[in-house]
Design a protein around this ligand. Structure first.
Ligand code: MRU
Length: 346
């Protein structure tokens, strides 16, 4: 079996009457799947980051709508109202990844058209969102690997892998495809404070037999100075119409450092991550999470003079990005103008 056909680790599994979610908070020590049978459970799974990563959040929410229809359709003739309330609840689970709202909008549109057999139609729509994302990842993998031809080393940040998507990954999909063509040195930043790089990325790559070297986030500048990497490859949570890209906190710092050191930055993301309604990244809502994710327990006591600021995404301006890779094509040196070319091609 080629690496591309091999089944990478799965964040989400539909069982026929429930959604199984791999609890990413427990990785890599424990592989535990939780089973959800209603939209409330799926909302909590997203908010608590059992499932995380922009495309995976959207896919999980789509299955959440299926579970809602399944429950409410059988119970009440007011079911459409109740499903609409569940969709609103799912939409409030996390604010930054636009894939969440994109997937919910698709499910809403499908529901509006279904009078006869809504459950079957909604499940088909969620499964299509899931399958299309996986196919998009493979396409991006090939396009991104073309660009990385000849590169000796790459660095990634956070986890934009199979765990964060329908499978295969965006940034890690590109790295997987590139590694298949030629051995390439892969570095991953720890990604404080939640440690997606240390707990998820290097583990996920090792599951696929791809060696990776973990670095402290603060070692990135020194790594770039050493000449070991040619590219930084990351995913995105929301890309504005001018190419500004929101991704895990720390991506912006890497982009600034990359420019200083002649390293290039690639953002790999499906077109479902592009928010054409906002002209630039200033309009992207940046999620602030609980300071306790950052604060050592001794400081979280009442009366402590120590607080924490915990924005979990930042926005990298388009001018610091060398390439945005989507399943519908590559935008080099993104700008409002070049992004419009992609939009017109979709
Ligand atoms: O807070 P997270 O772990 O959901 O953040 C995830 C990221 O920032 C990813 O890089 C992004 O969602 C792309 S995943 C393909």
């Amino acid at each position: 079996m080629t690496m591309q056909n091999r089944l990478t680790v799965q964040a989400l599994q539909w069982t026929g009457d429930a959604l199984k979610v791999l609890d990413q908070r427990q990785l890599p020590e424990k592989i535990v799947y939780d089973e959800y049978k209603d939209a409330e459970g799926v909302t909590e799974a997203i908010a608590s980051m059992r499932v995380r990563g922009a495309p995976a959040i959207g896919i999980a929410a789509a299955y959440g709508v299926v579970l809602s229809v399944r429950k409410q359709y059988a119970q009440s003739n007011q079911w459409r109202k109740k499903v609409a309330a569940d969709i609103d609840m799912l939409a409030k689970s996390r604010p930054t990844a636009v894939n969440l709202f994109w997937a919910l909008d698709r499910m809403k549109a499908e529901l509006a058209n279904q009078l006869e057999n809504p459950l079957a139609a909604m499940l088909a729509c969620a499964e299509k969102i899931h399958a299309d994302d996986l196919a998009a990842n493979h396409k991006m993998g090939e396009l991104g690997a073309d660009i990385l031809a000849g590169a000796k080393g790459v660095m990634t940040h956070c986890n934009a892998g199979a765990l964060a998507t329908g499978g295969y990954g965006t940034a890690l999909g590109v790295i997987r495809s590139a590694y298949q063509r030629q051995r390439i040195n892969v570095f991953a930043g720890e990604t404080r404070p939640w440690l997606q790089g240390a707990r998820l990325t290097v583990w996920e790559l090792s599951q696929d037999g791809i060696p990776a070297t973990l670095i402290a986030d603060s070692a990135a500048a020194w790594l770039m100075k050493s000449g070991a990497i040619d590219w930084i490859v990351v995913g995105a949570d929301r890309i504005a119409a001018n190419g500004d890209a929101a991704n895990k906190i720390g991506t912006y710092s890497l982009a600034v450092l990359a420019r200083q050191h002649g390293v290039k930055l690639m953002v790999a993301a499906p077109t479902s991550t592009i928010d054409w309604t906002i002209e630039n990244g200033d309009k992207i809502e940046i999620e602030q999470r609980n300071p306790n994710e950052l604060l050592p327990a001794c400081y979280s006591e009442k009366g402590s003079l120590v607080s924490a600021w915990n924005p979990v995404f930042d926005v990298t301006p388009a001018e610091l990005i060398s390439a945005i890779v989507t399943e519908r094509g590559v935008v080099l040196n993104p700008s409002e103008h070049s992004m419009r070319g992609l939009k017109n091609a979709i």
